[in-house]
Design a protein. Structure first.
Lengths: 213, 213
DNA sequence: CATTGTGAACTCATTCACAGCG
DNA sequence: CGCTGTGAATGAGTTCACAATG
């Protein structure tokens, strides 16, 4: 049974990746999959797949492999994505607007229920998804009213910390930070950073140092 | 002097983060910074900062700290962002369009020089940034013509692998993959994945298992 | 004398190798 | 017999602790 040892964060990330590949396998008509095949699709070691799953239970059949549909259900439960989640976006520029309309979110049970900005020219404007852009000052009340559980920050770097502070004040303790800076939050708050330029920098480092470009 | 031991990938990521904070420190008028202060701003251990920098040289002054301006220049050189880079985007949906207009890229020397799609309704349309959307069939010739060094994939998951294959065929061996799937590439090709839904999944996992939501 | 630079200790993650089992 | 599940071995990355030094 699921041992509650300390589980590596990388394991959680991989579970999500396994899930994506299981969806594709199901679509392609597979009913069972071995750790070897799943590992290859995700570009990891087969033992890694088995160990990752082993943290949470025994989901396979020895000599056969894993049931493609059942394993999806198990991973959804582990990741707590067997339910819907409400999020809000603060900073409705190019990126914020794109995320508002991003189809992958609702498809996976993540619903954007509010959009905020501090620009008077934007406040009140309708979004393509049918929301109206609200004043950031309304954040606290909207959180209660709409049950917002996750906050997206898509502002410039200079505004990110103050938006994070507002989210925390409003009792939103899970933040996805798309701004190119690090925000500082109390221990009770979870943050995932998605910083495009950091990813580009690592790519150029490798281009230069590994491929000699 | 810079030892060419194996350098952890996490070190490279952190160098990029240090650089962001150094920019802000310079803006705030700081001339010197200690590893302790920089570490706090980046939410890491001070010894980590010193060790990361130590892989590449001795940039500090004992008893004093690091020169804010000089250290930026050193990190830029290490990350190979002391020059400009050309990239192209394939898949001009919401996200692709937002990235086309994303101000952070040109501000850091990353220039989007071409946009591609396979949708006849989009091909030929002008983008806000002044480019015209091109047919994906033109990728190879555009790569030569425009010196495209990095490829962004912002297509749906189902198209990601075939776009990756095209990039590689066209000799673009650095890819930023924004699609919610893993692409498989030869060793000569570098890939950075930016998968929003994986980040959301890790957040919901932690919300559920650590905060009990 | 405050702070860097770094070998050594430690912690965490991955991979191996094989026992266990359908 | 083949593939999972897992303890043990290995490897990688982080933190400590202190000598070196401007």
């Amino acid at each position: 049974m699921g041992k509650s040892n300390r589980i590596p964060k990388a394991t959680i990330t991989r579970l999500s990746i396994y899930y994506r590949q299981l969806e594709l396998l199901e679509f392609d008509g597979y009913r069972m999959v071995s750790s070897e095949k799943l590992a290859w699709l995700c570009q990891v070691n087969p033992a890694q797949v088995r160990k990752d799953l082993g943290y949470f239970g025994e989901f396979g059949v020895r000599g056969v492999g894993y049931d493609v549909i059942d394993l999806q259900a198990q991973i959804k439960k582990i990741l707590a994505v067997n339910r819907e989640w409400n999020f809000a976006i603060v900073g409705i520029g190019n990126l914020g607007s794109a995320l508002l309309e991003h189809q992958n979110f609702p498809a996976r049970g993540f619903n954007c229920v509010a959009a905020f900005d501090n620009d008077p020219l934007k406040i009140g404007k309708p979004t393509a998804a049918g929301l109206s852009i609200r004043d950031i000052e309304e954040l606290e009340e909207a959180v209660k009213e709409l049950n917002i559980e996750i906050g997206f920050i898509t502002t410039p770097a200079t505004a990110a910390q103050s938006v994070a502070d507002r989210f925390i004040m409003a009792n939103v303790n899970a933040i996805v930070n798309f701004s190119p800076t690090r925000i500082i939050v109390p221990d009770c708050c979870l943050v995932e950073n998605i910083d495009f330029t950091v990813k580009l920098d690592t790519l150029t480092y490798e281009l230069h140092h590994e491929l000699g470009i």
